[in-house]
Design a protein around this ligand. Structure first.
Ligand code: 13P
Ligand code: SF4
Length: 347
């Protein structure tokens, strides 16, 4: 049996062999056995932005499938994007089927009403294509506030999907009250209450991230009971109740910045994916910064990317048999339009 260190050594050898033809990208939620092999680590916005600066022919994406799809969408024509396990899909992305979204948007705009769909990047290419066809755009947790403000300015009314928590938290951030927000309900794969949306300014798709939705108000209470001086920061995919109770909420890059800016003796309690929190804890411990998890919460799909699968992908690239992420032709243009609209607004 090959040990972890032998696998790591083989990966590094193949990285050297493939040289400048290869770039490995990794999301911050990957575990340390993968992170050590990545050329660039980032959150979903940083990784999407990185693509246009990459010259190499082969791009291996260590993350979940929608991220690799976005990378393939933004990659040049001679480039190929690979994901070491195509089954690594985001649970939240699964909660917004493209057909149901299309039918809901058709219903909501049937009388010529203006409504802009704003999709969190955690969606399939098929969903981004529907959003693009309706003149909508996408956002990440790092730019959700800017993109929601922009979308409201453009059309006055926004359907935010698929994350109801990020949608409501971002609306609150813009000073929008719950009375102006309407929560859609999905039953048997269809939205069943779009006819009751009235004149709400924000309509929320009923998706959520099970990894972040796990944090409870009692977790914050017990962290504060243990150390009243601790500072609790959470990712905005957490529930609005948890987000309101936290000392601050922000994207993956915000949480990383808070840890980097913390001073010796500071105690941070962080509510996000555990691989990232544990890495930040280890990274800043030597400076005397104490970092704890709000609760243990691992993304099982991110964890599907293992060193063995990464090695296999690199071997396949080296011998010409690797299967690149394939995008469906009719989805490419509208999805790209939605994604590029975000990159322009946030240039
Ligand atoms: P970021 O947009 O912060 O990278 O988050 C992606 C994600 O999957 C969060 O759960
Ligand atoms: Fe999807 Fe949540 Fe995993 Fe992020 S942490 S990839 S939103 S399931």
């Amino acid at each position: 049996m090959t040990t972890l260190s032998e696998t790591a050594a083989q990966i590094e050898q193949l990285r050297r062999d493939l040289g400048s033809t290869l770039t490995i990208l990794g999301h911050h939620y990957q575990n340390d056995n993968i992170v050590g092999h990545c050329d660039f680590l980032g959150d979903s916005l940083e990784l999407a932005r990185r693509i246009e600066h990459i010259q190499s022919k082969h791009i291996v994406f260590c993350g979940v499938h929608f991220m690799a799809e976005s990378a393939a969408l933004l990659a040049g024509s001679g480039q190929r994007v690979y994901i070491p396990d195509p089954e690594a899909d985001c649970l939240m992305a699964r909660m917004s089927p493209a057909g149901a979204l299309d039918r809901t948007l058709a219903f909501l705009t049937a009388g010529g009403q203006r409504l802009m769909p704003l999709a969190y990047v955690n969606t399939t290419l098929a969903v981004k294509a529907v959003v693009g066809r309706y003149g909508g755009t996408v956002c990440t947790s790092a730019n959700a506030k800017k993109m929601l403000a922009w979308a409201l300015e453009q059309s006055g009314r926004v359907l935010f999907l698929p994350d109801k928590n990020l949608g409501r938290n971002t609306a609150h951030d813009l000073g929008i009250d719950d009375s102006e927000i309407f929560q859609l309900t999905l039953r048997n794969g269809e939205i069943v209450n779009a006819d009751q949306a009235g004149s709400a300014r924000i309509l929320l798709w009923p998706g959520f991230c099970p990894i972040h939705d796990i944090f409870m108000e009692k977790d914050l209470q017990s962290a504060r009971a243990k150390d009243p001086a601790c500072r609790i920061i959470v990712h905005p995919e957490s529930s609005p109740e948890v987000t309101a109770m936290a000392d601050a909420a922000g994207s993956t890059s915000f949480l990383i910045r808070c840890a980097a800016e913390a001073k010796a003796g500071d105690h941070l309690v962080i509510g996000t994916e555990s691989n990232l929190v544990c890495r930040l804890r280890d990274l800043h411990a030597s400076r005397g910064v104490i970092i704890d998890e709000l609760d243990a919460s691992y993304c099982k799909n991110m964890a599907k990317i293992t060193p063995e699968k990464l090695l296999q992908t690199l071997q396949d690239i080296a011998n010409g048999s690797a299967e690149a992420v394939v995008l469906r032709g009719e989805e490419i243009e509208p999805a790209k339009a939605a994604l590029e609209r975000m990159l322009q607004v946030c240039a």
